[in-house]
Write a protein that binds this ligand. Structure first.
Ligand SMILES: NC(=O)c1ccc[n+]([C@@H]2O[C@H](COP(=O)([O-])OP(=O)(O)OC[C@H]3O[C@@H](n4cnc5c(N)ncnc54)[C@H](O)[C@@H]3O)[C@@H](O)[C@H]2O)c1
Length: 289
């Protein structure tokens, strides 16, 4: 059971899944503290939450910057208690093959998706361990379980945070600490992730692109069409809320990718080469050679 009126800290809560989490936990009467780099969106989110009588505070933070995360913590601690629920959710998406991806692409995406989680844990975990209660939710992705082509940078960031969440889960058990951990592994969710570039710092923006602009636009439009059919963030937030209540570690939002995940696990088990193509999954699953 979740403690009554506790503080819930959500990074990347000004949009998409994070914002839905803010509403979901806020409606239960908790103090919501959102940290986000996009100031204008943050202000809008806070006023929307307050208009629903939710106790919400917004603090601008860049999760890829340790000093910024520390000052986020200091501001929280001066007004609230250490988080009872911590959602390390801020993230950005980027496409492109490994050979197309620039060093700046890697620095930006790993900076937010991986270092953002590392800095968040480094800053808040000791206090949560001392309190010996609460719950941490780390947002990974289906991309943390699979390695689809043209998403290598993103895949790497999400595999890394999945591993961090699993390790943390074992370590807390080993120490007998009553802090729960969940890893959120969404499939496609209708959010603003396809427009992640809106928050990309200029200093990490590559001038050199190996893609033709037309190729990029066509690829993006195709993905956008798929995203129109994607899951609503509110239903994801519901799943997260239930998972925290029941102390469930893995949170999947759909079954669509289960066969592909099984195939990957089977490949590892049988030391078999990965094979491209969703249409091959069935055949591949039955192939035990
Ligand atoms: N939408 C999907 O289909 C999907 C699928 C799997 C995983 N995810 C993950 O869900 C999480 C939330 O993404 P979303 O889909 O809601 O996208 P979104 O773009 O709607 O929200 C992401 C939020 O993170 C914030 N953010 C970006 N860079 C930041 C930084 N440096 N510091 C602080 N905040 C920053 C953005 O301002 C935004 O408010 C991400 O970790 C993403 O990788 C999303």
């Amino acid at each position: 059971m979740i403690k009554e009126r506790s503080s819930v800290v959500i990074t990347g809560g000004a949009s998409g899944i994070g914002k839905a989490l803010a509403f979901r936990f806020g409606k239960e009467g908790h103090d919501i503290i959102i940290g986000d780099v996009e100031e204008a969106a943050l202000e809008i989110a806070i006023s929307e939450l307050r208009s629903e009588e939710i106790l919400a505070t917004g603090i601008v933070v860049d999760v890829s910057d340790l000093d910024s995360v520390r000052s986020f913590r200091d501001q929280i601690f001066s007004e609230f208690s250490p988080p009872y629920i911590l959602c390390l959710n801020a993230g950005v998406g980027a496409g492109g093959s490994i050979s197309e991806s620039s060093v700046l692409d890697w620095e930006w995406v790993l900076g937010v998706n991986l270092w953002g989680v590392i800095y968040g844990l480094n800053t808040f975990l000791p206090f949560m361990e001392d309190n010996n209660n609460g719950h941490i939710i780390i947002t990974s992705s289906i991309a943390g379980h699979l390695s689809y082509p043209n998403m290598g940078v993103y895949n790497a960031s999400k595999h890394a945070v999945l591993s961090i969440a699993e390790t943390l889960c074992y370590e807390l058990q080993e120490k007998g600490i009553e802090v729960g951990v969940s890893v959120l592994c969404p499939g496609l969710v209708k959010t603003n992730i396809l427009d992640s570039e809106r928050n990309r710092p200029e200093i990490l923006t590559s001038n050199v692109s190996l893609n033709e602009p037309d190729d990029q636009d066509t690829r993006k439009e195709a993905v956008r069409e798929i995203y129109n059919l994607a899951l609503d963030p509110d239903s994801v937030a519901d799943l997260v809320f239930k998972a925290v209540e029941s102390k469930q570690f893995y949170i999947f939002t759909e079954n669509t990718f289960q066969d592909a995940i099984k195939t990957r696990h089977r490949d590892i088990e049988l030391v078999r080469n990965p094979m491209l193509g969703a249409n091959l999954v069935e055949e591949h699953l039955n192939d035990t050679d």
